[in-house]
Design a protein around this ligand. Structure first.
Ligand code: PSV
Ligand code: MN
Length: 424
């Protein structure tokens, strides 16, 4: 299903007067409003192919209707999201869940919808039918060289698929770890992982990167071989300039200061990008911004400050992606909500008075520093985000428009009520 632009424009027309007065009210207080709007308009967040179906837990999965049945339908769903928010112009594929059998036609479909392909993701955390050796005890860290070899070959195959689609990065998340003390020699596991990654690194095309994701626990509950940002950073440093650390917000123990991690990785030129989600207890994969929007703002504050310090382009110099699980919401609505939350946090971070903050920091004026940050955080920037979307040809109210256009009912009519998308 594809959305016609005039249908979005018609709904915008009904909202325009209210929007204008809200936008003018806030814009009057912002000196650099054009710069902020241009940055917001340029900012895009990739959609993972595995998030377009209903998510589940190990206790069950309750499918929604009209889920995409193929890679083509997943791309069409991202097309719907992008038509509405004009901020989701790429899709990230997980292999083998989404093997592009015919790369040329997949690319043509994507570009017709204004989309391109973000990082490709390998999967050595599940065994596939007909797979020769099992990943039960890990993949790139495995004690058996033959299993490591199989996992290395899989990653190289994923790069090959990515090359056909013009992706520029391989994203690696390993579930490798141990469930019980004594199960694993940590040093050997790390060394095996490094050697395996070195072989994958050698296979990267010149203009490619490898992003190394970390996670403290799950599915292993005693140790994870790439368990935190230090371990990922160590691997990325040993591998070379094409390797960097990917931050998934849910992959931290409670209370971790993620904004500080981000700041230091940026300083070292080793921040690959993000998987956005939110959590209350662990890797909950809830909608980003739904639980702790202030933390999201603080992360963006460090990102804007750190990227400006290195002269980096906010929109393109690192990878931005959502990685959430939509167990009880319509996945498209949840993804639209996620992108809005990210853009709101970004807009607020762009409003921070940096000069005043630097002066407050230099004077150890703690109260004023907090006031400056919270002044930006407490600004209602929703009409700025809406204005940027409008200028790009998107919807003023993406979720409202999605509902008014009855997209889900149309998808159910087209695909049926009992469809199941590939993914977790
Ligand atoms: C693991 O929890 C993870 O965050 C990794 O990014 C995977 O690739 C993704 O979820 C999907 O399983
Ligand atoms: Mn992730």
């Amino acid at each position: 299903m594809q959305l016609e632009k005039y249908t979005i424009d018609e709904i915008n027309h009904q909202l325009i007067n209210k929007h204008r007065s809200q936008f003018e009210h806030i814009a009057a207080d912002i000196n650099n409003q054009e710069e902020v709007l241009n940055k917001l308009a340029a900012f895009n967040i990739a959609i993972p192919s595995w998030a377009l179906g209903t998510g589940g837990t190990r206790f069950g999965r309750f499918s929604g209707g009209g889920e995409p049945r193929s890679l083509e339908e997943k791309i069409e769903d991202v097309g719907v999201i992008h038509a509405l928010n004009q901020s989701s112009n790429s899709i990230s594929l997980h292999i083998p869940w989404d093997i592009p059998e015919n790369a040329a036609s997949i690319k043509a479909l994507a570009s017709q919808l204004g989309l391109h392909f973000d990082a490709v993701n390998s999967n050595t955390f599940q065994d596939q039918p007909n797979q020769q050796l099992s990943y039960k005890f890990g993949s790139l860290h495995h004690v058996d060289k033959a299993v490591r070899k199989q996992a290395i070959e899989h990653n190289i195959e994923v790069i090959k698929y990515g090359v056909q689609l013009n992706s520029k990065a391989l994203s690696v998340w390993l579930s490798d770890g141990s469930n019980f003390p004594g199960q694993l020699n940590f040093r050997k596991a790390f060394q095996n992982t490094l050697e395996s990654l070195q072989e994958i690194y050698e296979a990267l095309p010149d203009d490619w990167k490898v992003w190394i994701e970390y996670k403290p626990y799950e599915p292993n509950f005693y140790s994870t071989t790439i368990g935190d940002w230090g371990q990922s950073y160590l691997l990325a440093s040993k591998l070379g300039v094409k390797a960097s650390t990917l931050v998934d917000l849910g992959h931290h123990l409670q209370g971790a200061n993620i904004e500080q991690i981000v700041s230091l990785l940026l300083m070292e030129g080793k921040l690959a990008g993000f998987h956005f989600n939110d959590s209350k207890y662990g890797d909950d994969d809830l909608t980003v911004g739904s639980i702790n929007p202030y933390q999201l703002f603080l992360i963006f504050n460090e990102l804007v400050e750190g990227m400006d310090a290195r002269g980096m382009d906010h929109a393109t110099s690192i990878g931005w992606m959502i990685d959430a699980s939509h167990n009880v919401k319509d996945p498209i609505e949840d993804l639209l909500q996620s992108v809005q939350a990210i853009k709101i946090a970004y807009a607020q971070a762009l409003l921070v008075d940096k000069t005043a903050l630097e002066a407050a920091q230099a004077n150890n004026d703690v109260t004023l520093a907090q006031e400056i940050l919270q002044q930006a955080y407490r600004t209602d920037v929703r009409s700025l985000v809406a204005e940027a979307s409008l200028r790009n040809g998107g919807a003023l109210d993406p979720i409202g428009t999605y509902r008014k256009l009855d997209v889900r009912s149309n998808l159910i009519k087209e695909r049926g009520l009992k469809t199941v998308a590939t993914g977790l």
